[in-house]
Design a protein around this ligand. Sequence first.
Ligand code: CO
Length: 169
Amino acid sequence: MQVLVYPNPLLRRGSVDVTRFDETLAATARELLAAMYEERGVGLAAPQTGIHLNLLVLNPTGDRAHPEEEKVLVNPKIVRQKGRAFAEEGCLSFPGIYGEVERATEIVVRYADLQGAEHEATYHDFLARIVQHEMDHLRGVLFIDRLSPADKVRIRPRLAELERRFGAA
Ligand code: CO
């Protein structure tokens, strides 16, 4: 499983809800986690691998030795949020690019697990930030869209470099 890099147009495509909670879904979630650890990330959304399902995985430790910190969210929806804070983000689809993004500091998320059971969970701070970042990917929204105008100018040369390396010929 390969993580797609900007400017791959598949990163801009919206995803659809999961309807089949089967072994294929569980296997996809395991592969997403493996790819996330391989790339040293803390979160990965299915569309970043060309799978356009509302599915994301994360582990705030980024460490496969802490599987108890792993989360798999299927069809997540934010039902409440509060607080705003800026912090630096990066993205496995934008190697070498970082910038400050404003996010809610507390979110309540309704989601399904891999068996299709519904849950509601409250996430704070870093965890809330990861979930919001990964949920953006499900709609084709990328963290660079949320940077300040000054940061958008600052990263332009690096984006151009990714376009040269990974863009269509
Ligand atoms: Co990302």
